[in-house]
Design a protein around this ligand. Structure first.
Ligand code: GDP
Length: 722
């Protein structure tokens, strides 16, 4: 079977945004324009179109699944290849901050992104976080300043927040014609043409030549000329030859400019900024054209990196059907019609339905049942998927998010997606005996779908504990358990997931030796402990790296000459892990500890695994106790938007919560306060903020990093644990 689509026509991209910036509306418009773009004639009865979308929503049909495939024919007249449509695989990125990590995960499998901003607020906290994740994953981006029809909207203000807070390499690709209720169209600064959107859904794109000036206001022309030059310069700067020519007075033609811009966007050197109003159906089609023009196809991205299964050698794979099969499972979802679906991205090779894939994590082969491609309102069964494609598999039971699927004869482990550990937990108790059985099953299923959601059992009380990234995250899980699995449960108060770590290094010896009659026990280890990663000040401030501190344990085996036989080493490692999990200061799991096992001894007859495990656990506890152990707490990035007159109350209240106020800005009539606040101080903040501000302030919050708890607070935590 042959590939049905040329790869250079494929775009795997996602739409990312701060909540409420308009991601859902934009996505709906995209699906509308791509779905019925060939049926434009019918759209004259505008109402039916809106109805169609309302109904979809009411019937709860998933208009977007984890990845939705659709097709797009560019609008621009000068896109020569009109005959060939482009295939879009739109990868869903969730809206709420508690799920920012899902954005991180989707960024791993998409090749480019459209970043949507609110045209009144400009850059918001989550836009910043997502932007950094995208920087880290080197994902090329085009920006859309949305909602320009709103009162108070300002393209220039929003654009300046992008320049100031995200990147100096952002550049205007368009400017709006009119704003607020006078927002009519956009000027394309590269082509120097104006575009208006007509028809009920804005699906008729009307192009006007700027030089002809037809109905285009004078001030727009002036700005357009100024920013056109700026754009051309910015593009030319990325190419030495063009730059030299430009300095000699030669201006490249549109084709050259576009090609150069495409290269620069793909290399993350330029971020083009577009404008529109998804709600008012203005500009979305041109964003899709920009996706085609400037975002990479799977052929434009660097080869994917991985390691070999046993020797851990570094290898890479190219987007090519000829290379061995390698794919990354990036989402496990439950589909009402077909059951469990595993969404995967193929990096190299091909995969046919009915064949087997190898999973290096489980070291097992699994048979791929059906392969599906998800569309906006139907699913298509495909026989084979090719390199660079995204699809969903039915029938994989043992695959979880972030597993590699590959050719058994050419195993590879693609870089795993690193997820932060949960910061909040609560106890959950089934209401009835019948619920009890179902609850375990439901929670496991949900944990399989969501790598930031964890289920555990309290060793002492036997109660079930669920943990996640925020109050809302856990609320949604409990709600899904009720709706999808009909399990009723009582939930306890949310608790902060504290951690412990060491700030220094120490050595210790652990001996578990009992030799009185019969067969004895003999385990003896000598170890050194130190922080796995001593974070520099810069790293502490650099968000993406901060997850490091909240996780991990590193085991270094420096045993030489068999002073401890190899067969006991795994037991030692297990002992270290158990010792660390028990904690030192207040019984919280210890993280970021490196344990070096460098010496010890054994006894021919009396040594056994259990003895080494106990000796190791004792040794690691002893060493950590002397290595300056401390408690860590999750810190949240908080942004409060409040009317000016409550500013004093809000900041005063934040300060009483141990907040570090990072900055204050104006946003229209309101003030924005940015702060870093311990999670433990933020429970019930919503209610407090409302009553403080007559319900007129709002806030957003997301996990930032783990910090050391000040000693006075540590004392309170410790005594509460006793
Ligand atoms: P999401 O949270 O990013 O998915 O945002 P939504 O698409 O759900 O939009 C949030 C709110 O903003 C909704 O009430 C939308 O109707 C509204 N909205 C979205 N796009 C626009 C726009 O272009 N103009 C205006 N005025 N409102 C918009």
């Amino acid at each position: 079977m042959e590939r049905d689509y040329p790869l250079e026509k494929v775009r795997n991209f996602g739409i990312i945004a701060h909540i409420d910036a308009g991601k859902t509306t934009t996505t709906e418009r995209v699906l509308f324009y791509t779905g019925v773009s060939h049926k434009i004639g019918e759209v004259h009865e505008g109402d039916t179109v809106m109805d169609w979308m309302e109904q979809e929503r009411e019937r709860g049909i998933t208009i977007t699944s984890a990845a939705t495939t659709c097709f797009w024919t560019p609008t621009y007249e000068d896109l020569k290849d009109k005959t060939k449509k482009n295939r879009f695989n739109i990868i869903d990125t969730p809206g709420h901050i508690d799920f920012t990590v899902e954005v991180k995960r989707s960024l791993r499998v998409l090749d480019g992104a459209v970043v949507v901003f609110d045209g009144v607020a400009g850059v918001e906290p989550q836009s910043e976080t997502n932007w950094r994740y995208a920087d880290e994953a080197k994902v090329p981006r085009v920006c859309l300043i949305n909602k320009l029809d709103r009162t108070g909207a300002s393209f220039e203000h929003s654009f300046s927040t992008i320049l100031d807070r995200l990147s100096r390499n952002a550049v205007r690709m368009q400017i709006p014609i009119g704003l607020e209720d006078k927002f009519e169209g956009v000027v394309d600064l590269l082509r120097m043409k104006a575009y208006y959107f007509e028809g009920e859904m804005g699906n008729l794109v009307v192009e006007k030549d700027l030089s002809a000036q037809a109905g285009i206001p004078e001030n727009v022309i002036k700005d357009a000329e100024k920013y056109h030059s700026e754009l051309v310069e910015k593009i030319v700067e990325t190419d030495d030859t063009l730059m030299t020519e430009y300095l000699e007075g030669m201006v490249p033609n549109i084709d050259t400019l576009k090609k150069t811009l495409r290269r620069a966007v793909i290399a993350n050197k330029i971020f083009p900024v577009l404008c529109g109003s998804a709600l008012k159906n203005k500009g979305v089609q041109l964003v899709l054209d920009a996706v085609v023009d400037y975002l990479p196809s799977p052929l434009d991205i660097p080869p994917v990196q991985g390691i070999t299964e046993n020797t851990e050698e570094h290898i890479e794979r190219h987007t090519s059907d000829q290379e061995p099969f390698a794919a990354l499972a990036f989402k496990v979802a439950t589909d009402p019609f077909v059951g469990q679906l595993i969404f995967f991205r193929v990096y190299s090779g091909t995969l046919s339905a009915g064949s087997y894939v190898y999973n290096p994590r489980t070291r097992n082969k699994e048979r791929i049942g059906r392969i599906l491609r998800m569309h906006a309102n139907d699913r298509e069964e495909v026989k084979k998927v090719f390199a660079g494609e995204i699809a969903a598999a039915v029938g994989l039971k043992d695959t979880i998010t972030s597993d590699t699927l590959c050719d058994e004869n050419h195993p590879i482990i693609l870089d795993r997606i690193v997820f932060p550990e949960p910061v909040i937990s609560l106890r959950i108790e089934p209401k009835t005996k019948a619920d009890q059985e179902k609850m375990g099953m439901a929670l496991n299923r949900l944990a399989q779908e969501d790598p930031t959601f964890k289920v555990s059992t309290d060793q002492e009380t036997g109660e079930t504990i669920i943990a996640g990234m925020g109050e809302l995250h856990l609320e949604i899980i409990v709600d899904r358990m009720k709706r999808e699995f009909t399990v009723e449960a009582n939930v306890g108060k949310p608790q902060v997931a504290y951690r412990e770590t060491i700030n220094g290094s120490a050595e210790a010896e652990g001996k578990y030796i009992k030799q009185s009659g019969g067969r004895g026990n003999y385990g003896h280890v000598r170890i050194k402990v130190k922080p796995m990663e001593a974070l520099t000040k810069e790293e502490l401030e650099d968000l993406p790296k901060n997850t490091k501190r909240s996780q991990g344990f590193e085991f270094v085996n420096s045993i030489k000459g068999g002073v401890i036989p190899q067969e006991y080493i795994p037991a030692c490692e297990k002992g270290f892990r158990e010792g660390l999990d028990r904690g030192i200061v207040a019984g919280f799991k210890m993280v970021n500890v490196s344990v070096d096992l460098w010496d010890g001894s054994y006894h021919e007859v009396d040594s056994n695994e259990m003895a080494f495990k106990i000796a190791s656990s004792m040794a690691v506890q002893d060493a950590c106790r002397r290595a300056n152990p401390v408690i860590l707490e999750p810190m949240m990035k908080v942004e409060v938007v409040t009317p000016d007159k409550f500013m004093g109350d809000v900041t005063g209240n934040l300060s009483s919560k141990r907040a570090l106020i990072e900055g204050m800005d104006d946003r229209g009539m309101n003030k924005v306060i940015r702060a870093i606040v311990p999670l433990s101080e933020m429970f019930g903040y919503m209610t407090g903020l409302r009553s403080m501000t007559e319900g007129r302030a709002s806030f957003t919050m997301e996990f930032l990093r783990y910090d050391i708890v000040p000693s006075n607070v540590a004392e309170i935590i410790i005594s509460a644990r006793k």
